[in-house]
Ligand binder design. Structure first.
Ligand SMILES: Cc1cc2nc3c(=O)[nH]c(=O)nc-3n(C[C@H](O)[C@H](O)[C@H](O)COP(=O)(O)O)c2cc1C
Length: 368
């Protein structure tokens, strides 16, 4: 893989790695791969549209960019390149609390095709400041991530001495020296940092290991009252939690296991999706990520109950491999892929994709 060659090991592993033995991360992809779609024939698929609607808004594609901290480590202009694609293709760029560009700048660069992702913890003053800033900028979507009560141990990061802010010891120095192109372009103007924290008026420094364990159902209830825009809860994988979240008036649930970065013994995210769909009902909006690598995967997730899909690591690898041009061609391929898969299974519209497109031999659709 080109990104593996071009990025220092410490950066590649920060992106690629997961918690524990990385079983959950692998299972996310293995379980997606195992889902078969049913080819159909003699359907007029001359005009295929990958556009779709979510929460009343129109998107050019059925997928967007998952929130990721420190994207500029993958390529110096990563955040800006993602925003540019979001604006150009009408897809959401979910801007992380720990982003390496301020939420204000990303919202502007994405031409308002941006959602803000909130990490809230015991420091409610800090969270409130982030929410007020997002509100002032004009963000309409707030995505509260709830699956990181503690930052899990990521063995590759521990081995490589990955820290934010960067500490450059002898080991990291050698790693960077072996990747001079990356080192010169990324480190010369000062290494990327968590810009929403750096520009905070509260003057508190970002600690990657800060506890986010203090928030509970009461917090979500208060946040629902506080945030007048659309509220999404990210990181749900239990039907019981999904039912509670929906009952609190949250607009959409984002089913995810954080790409296997939090609990190694968690089920593959795609495996829990059908049960959550059943629990919340047909019409409740569900967003999905964890393990999506291709157009087939996007359609698989839609067939399993998602209304919209997000991608994490592949975005950063496209940037690491080819910068802004690499990301552009990745999106071109992905769009083509989605359309091609739709043609093979005989659908012309994203909203036609549901469990009826799953392979007959797998899904019991035989007698339809
Ligand atoms: C480098 C990296 C940074 C991430 N940072 C965040 C973050 O700041 N907030 C968040 O909610 N999720 C974060 N995630 C998780 C992603 O939003 C997403 O859930 C996950 O990457 C999806 O899995 P995938 O990488 O297999 O597509 C991060 C993931 C990666 C790879």
């Amino acid at each position: 893989m080109k990104a593996r060659k071009r990025l220092p090991r410490l950066v590649f592993d920060f992106i690629d790695g997961a918690t524990g033995q990385e079983v959950a991360m692998q299972n996310n992809c293995v379980e997606l791969d195992a889902i078969q779609l049913q080819p159909r024939v003699l359907v007029d698929v001359e005009n295929i549209s990958p556009a779709c609607k979510l929460l009343g808004d129109n998107y050019g594609l059925p997928f967007g960019v998952a929130p990721m901290g420190m994207c500029n480590l993958a390529w110096p202009g990563a955040d800006a390149a993602i925003s540019e694609q979001a604006a150009k293709r009408r897809l959401p760029h979910c801007v992380s609390t720990a982003a390496s560009t301020t939420m204000e700048k990303s919202y502007q660069q994405a031409n308002s095709q941006a959602w803000f992702q909130l990490y809230a913890g015991t420091d409610t003053e800090q969270s409130e400041e982030m929410i007020s800033r997002a509100e002032a900028v004009g963000y309409e979507y707030l995505v509260l991530t709830v699956d990181t009560p503690r930052l899990s141990r990521r063995n590759r990061d521990v081995r490589n001495g990955f820290q934010v802010p960067f500490r450059i010891g002898p080991r990291q120095f050698v790693d960077f020296a072996l990747h001079p192109r990356w080192a010169l372009s990324t480190l010369l103007g000062g290494p990327p940092g968590p810009m929403n924290y750096r520009t905070s008026k509260l003057g508190k420094s970002f600690q990657r290991n800060d506890s986010r364990g203090g928030i509970d159902w009461t917090y979500l209830q208060e946040l629902r009252r506080r945030w007048r825009g659309k509220l999404i809860v990210k990181g749900v994988s239990s039907t019981k939690d999904a039912i509670e979240v929906k009952a609190l008036g949250v607009d959409a649930i984002y089913v995810s296991n954080h790409g296997g970065r939090q609990l190694d013994s968690a089920p593959a995210a795609i495996s829990v999706l059908p049960a959550i769909r059943q629990a919340v009902g047909e019409d409740y909006p569900l967003i999905f990520d964890s393990g999506i690598r291709s157009g087939d995967d996007i359609v698989r997730a839609l067939a399993m109950g998602a209304d919209f899909v997000m991608l994490g690591r592949p975005i950063l690898f496209a940037l690491g491999a080819g910068g802004a041009a690499g990301l552009n061609s990745f999106f071109n391929h992905l769009e083509e892929d989605v359309k091609s898969v739709m043609a093979q299974i005989g659908v012309t519209n994203i909203h036609q994709i549901n469990s009826a497109v799953l392979a007959e031999i797998q899904s019991g659709n035989l007698n339809d």
